[in-house]
Ligand binder design. Structure first.
Ligand SMILES: [Zn+2]
Length: 460
C-alpha cells in the first residue's frame, strides 16, 4: 500500500490546501487521504428506462401454470416475480389458444368483455367443464359469473383485511389467519379490491365486511377460482418497498402476507395437474436459507469485524460485510476508513467474506439526495453530515461510486457488487443508480416491509 496522508481540515488546512501535498498529521483530523488513490475515473451513466417485455417469460411445457395476460400494462411483473420466488413453474401468453394447452390457467389482471374477445371467453368458460382449472383475477364481466359462481363484483379501496378460511392456510402462525391490505389509520386507503356477491360455495377468503375475496367453484373434476385482489399489484408493493403501512411490523417479526397467497396459488396449481412440480425455493435441497450480513458503520466496527469473521470462517459461513467507507469526520461519527483499514479489509477478505458497500456518509437524508452527475470521485467527493436533517455535498451516484472504488482499491478486490444504504433509506432512483455504478445486489429493505415473513436485522 502506498504511504498514507492524513490531514486536518481546519482554517489552517484550508489555507494549506493551496500548498498541495502538505500533510498535517493530528489526532483530531477531519479527513483521511490515501495518497495515490484517486477515482473512479470512468463516468457512471444512468440508462434510459427499459421496460421488461412479458415475452421474456413465454414458452415452456403444458404442465406449467399458464398466465394469460389480458393487459400488458398491468402489474404482471410482480406476479412473475412472485411465482418465481414460490417455485411455481409458469408461462406467460397473451393468446388464449396458447393458454388452452395448459391444465391450469390464471387470467391476469382482469376478465371482461373489453379485454377478451367472445371466442376467448367461450373457450375459457369451458376450461373447468373440461376438467381444467381456471383462475380469474378481477372477474368483472364477459358473462363468466356463472362459471365462477357469483353475481356481482363490487369495487372498493376501503377493505383493509383479508380473512383467510382455515382450509386456505397453514395456520402455523396466527398472523396467517388474516392479511393486511392497507393501513386504515394511515392514509385511509387500501389496495383496490373487488368483493364477489352471492358466491355459491364458502369463500377461501373474505374481507372484514364479510364480502367474498377469493371464491372457488367445483365443476365436475374441474375448478374455477376468482380473485378479488390484484395479486401482482400487492406483490409489487412488497417487492418494491412501497408497502405504505400495509406491513404489521418493520423488522424482526413475522409478516407472511405474500407467502400465504403464493402458497395458496401453489396448492391450487399442484392439485389441478398431476404433472405439477413446485421448485424448492431454498438451494441444494436445504430446509432454510440464511444470509448473514454485517453493517460496519461506526469507528470501532472494522476492528471488531475481525472477530465475527474468524468465528464465521470457523463455522464455514461466508458472510457479507457492508462497509461504510467513511473518510470524513462529521456529526455522525469519527473516521472509519483510516490507515489501518486496508490491512483489516484484506484480512476480512482473506477469510472468504464478501466486502460490500454501505455508502460513504450513512446520511439520514440519503433518500433526498440528488442523483449527481456520475463523475463523483475520491478524494473530491465530500458528503458532510451536519446533523440528522442536513447533509451537504452528497449524491446517490457519489455514495455508490466512491465507496465501491475505495473498497476495490484499498482491499484489492476485483469487483464490489453489493450495496446496503444507511438506515435502509431507499430513494426512488436507487435501482437505476445501482445499475449505472456496477452493482448487482442491494440489501435495502427489511423482510417485513417486503411483506415476506422474516429477517433479523439489528443494526441498520
Ligand atoms: Zn448502517
Amino acid at each position: 500500500m502506498t504511504r498514507r496522508l492524513a490531514y486536518f481540515l481546519s482554517a489552517l488546512a484550508v489555507a494549506a490546501g493551496l500548498l498541495a501535498g502538505i500533510a498535517i498529521l493530528t489526532a483530531e483530523r477531519d479527513i483521511v487521504l490515501f495518497e495515490g488513490v484517486e477515482g473512479p475515473r470512468d463516468r457512471s451513466v444512468v440508462q434510459a428506462r427499459q421496460p421488461t417485455s412479458w415475452t421474456k417469460y413465454e414458452g415452456g411445457g403444458g404442465s406449467r401454470l399458464s398466465v394469460l395476460l389480458t393487459d400488458a400494462d398491468s402489474s404482471w411483473l410482480g406476479l412473475v416475480h412472485g411465482l418465481k420466488s414460490a417455485g411455481i413453474p409458469f408461462s406467460v401468453t397473451t393468446d388464449y389458444r396458447q393458454a388452452l394447452h395448459h391444465k391450469v390457467i390464471l387470467v391476469y389482471p382482469t376478465i371482461s368483455g373489453s379485454v377478451l374477445r367472445p371466442e376467448a371467453l367461450r373457450a375459457l368458460a369451458s376450461v373447468p367443464r373440461n376438467g381444467g382449472t381456471l383462475i380469474g383475477s378481477f372477474v368483472l364481466g364477459g358473462g363468466l359469473q356463472t362459471v365462477f359462481g357469483f353475481q356481482d363484483a363490487v369495487p372498493s379501496r376501503r377493505r383493509f383485511r383479508l380473512n383467510m378460511a382455515e382450509s386456505a392456510i397453514d395456520a402455523a402462525d396466527p398472523r396467517e389467519a388474516w392479511l393486511p391490505l392497507g393501513n386504515a389509520t394511515g392514509d385511509g386507503e387500501a389496495i383496490g379490491t373487488y368483493a364477489y356477491t352471492s358466491s355459491r360455495e364458502a369463500p377461501l377468503a373474505t374481507y372484514e365486511d364479510g364480502g367474498a375475496a377469493i371464491i372457488h367453484r367445483q365443476v365436475g373434476s374441474g375448478n374455477a377460482y376468482a380473485l378479488g385482489i390484484d395479486l401482482g399489484a400487492l406483490l409489487l408493493k412488497g417487492y418494491n418497498n412501497r408497502e405504505e403501512g400495509v406491513a404489521r411490523s418493520y423488522v424482526n417479526e413475522f409478516e407472511p402476507t405474500l407467502d400465504v397467497l403464493l402458497r395458496l396459488l401453489g396448492e391450487i396449481y399442484s392439485k389441478a395437474d398431476d404433472r405439477a412440480v413446485i421448485l424448492r425455493p431454498v438451494p441444494d435441497g436445504k430446509d432454510l436459507a440464511v444470509v448473514i450480513s454485517h453493517d460496519i458503520d461506526y469507528t470501532r466496527s472494522l476492528t471488531n469485524a475481525l472477530e465475527y469473521a474468524r468465528l464465521e470462517r470457523s463455522l464455514g459461513i461466508a458472510a457479507t460485510y457492508f462497509i461504510q467507507t467513511k473518510y470524513l469526520k462529521d456529526w455522525n461519527d469519527d473516521i472509519i476508513l483510516d490507515e489501518t483499514a486496508p490491512g483489516l479489509l484484506a484480512e476480512i477478505r482473506n477469510m472468504g467474506m464478501e466486502l460490500a458497500s454501505h455508502g460513504v456518509s450513512h446520511s439520514r437524508v440519503f433518500r433526498d439526495f440528488p442523483m449527481g452527475d456520475g463523475s463523483e470521485s475520491y478524494p473530491d467527493y465530500r458528503p458532510f453530515v451536519k446533523d440528522a436533517a442536513t447533509t451537504s455535498g452528497g449524491t446517490i451516484l457519489g455514495e455508490l461510486r466512491v465507496s465501491r472504488f475505495l473498497l476495490e482499491q484499498l482491499a484489492e478486490v476485483a469487483a464490489v457488487t453489493s450495496f446496503r444504504p444507511g438506515h435502509l433509506l431507499n430513494p426512488f432512483a436507487l435501482p437505476q443508480a445501482l445499475d449505472a455504478t456496477g452493482y448487482a445486489f442491494s440489501s435495502s429493505v427489511t423482510a417485513n416491509n417486503s411483506l415476506i415473513p422474516r429477517s433479523v436485522d439489528n443494526d441498520r
